[in-house]
Design a protein around this ligand. Structure first.
Ligand code: SF4
Ligand code: SF4
Length: 288
């Protein structure tokens, strides 16, 4: 069987905010949501090789070869001009990586790591790759101590989750909004599948953490916070909830004008959740 390949926008060798412990994080390119608040909007689109970004590069790191945009990392100074030039939020600097290439990167760093997290974009758009990678990690004597996590928006269907879960140790699930109309407004998609995924992951004991982005004027409404409390109570008050604070870093479009969430905004909501018996509420360490 040929090894699966992934379109990767970035790899972080070490991260302490993408699951338990110190983790290598692979950010996969492409997303099926279009969140106004996205702080990595250039991970949403898939490059169609239109070439519009090529003249925007001041360092000639981009060229068109046989109708495809080619990227030379040696020339790149990470100025991001190409990202600003792309009208579909794609990234000409993505790399294609095989399962073996990610395993080699993990092997290089495994002594310092507790696990690996596949993030995005929306990682599960490349579920076949994730399945093969996690299976290979668990079959490798040097790597099988590493826990395998996915950071997801929850849009994946239940049959695809069922294929992934046997090799997945935990999922960090983003809930963008509880109200259906608000979710549609913020992401461009319904939250029906997200809530189904939440239940499925909880029942399978794979829901590591529910993540909730506090956007003042949107997701901090009393009705939303009330719905969040009810949802977590229905899963069990020991469910881990991470509150994230909306900031402008990386955000493009009208959401740059939205107010950011302060420490005080977050502490108010955290206090409301704790008051309702929710035991494991995590708040941001920094607000930038
Ligand atoms: S990254 Fe965007 S602008 Fe550049 S070639 Fe791809 S689609 Fe076109
Ligand atoms: S970030 Fe993009 S525009 Fe800037 S040097 Fe690298 S390839 Fe060129």
């Amino acid at each position: 069987m040929n090894s699966a390949q992934a379109t990767v926008s970035k790899i972080l060798n070490y991260s302490c905010v993408d699951g338990p412990g110190n983790r290598l994080v692979v950010f996969l390119q492409g997303c099926n949501f279009n969140c106004s608040s996205c702080h990595n909007p250039h991970t949403i689109g898939i490059c169609n090789h239109c070439g519009d970004c090529v003249p925007a590069c001041p360092h000639k790191a981009l060229t068109v070869l046989e109708g495809k945009v080619s990227f030379d990392p040696q020339q790149c100074d990470q100025c991001d001009a190409c990202l600003r030039a792309c009208s579909i939020n794609a990234n000409p600097m993505v790399q294609t990586m095989s399962v073996e290439a990610v395993l080699a990167r993990l092997t290089e760093h495994h002594l310092m790591l507790d696990g690996i997290t596949l993030s995005g974009g929306e990682a599960t758009l490349q579920a076949h790759f994730i399945g093969q990678l996690f299976k290979a990690i668990k079959a490798d004597a040097r790597l099988r101590h590493l826990s395998c996590f996915i950071d997801s928006n929850g849009q994946l269907g239940s049959s695809a989750w069922q294929r992934l879960l046997p090799v997945t140790d935990g999922v960090l699930l983003d809930i963008k909004a509880l109200d259906a109309d608000l979710h549609q407004t913020l992401t461009g998609r319904s939250n029906q599948r997200v809530l189904q995924s939440l239940r499925l992951l909880h029942q399978a004991d794979k829901l590591h953490e529910l993540r909730y982005l506090v956007i003042p004027g949107f997701t901090d409404r009393p009705s939303e916070v009330h719905a969040l409390v009810e949802l977590v109570q229905s899963l069990g008050t020991a469910t881990q909830v991470r509150l994230n604070a909306f900031q402008h870093h990386g955000v493009i479009g009208p959401a740059r004008e939205w107010p950011t969430a302060s420490k005080n905004d977050i502490e108010i909501i955290a206090g409301q959740l704790r008051q309702q018996g929710i035991e494991r509420v995590i708040t941001p360490a920094v607000y930038i």
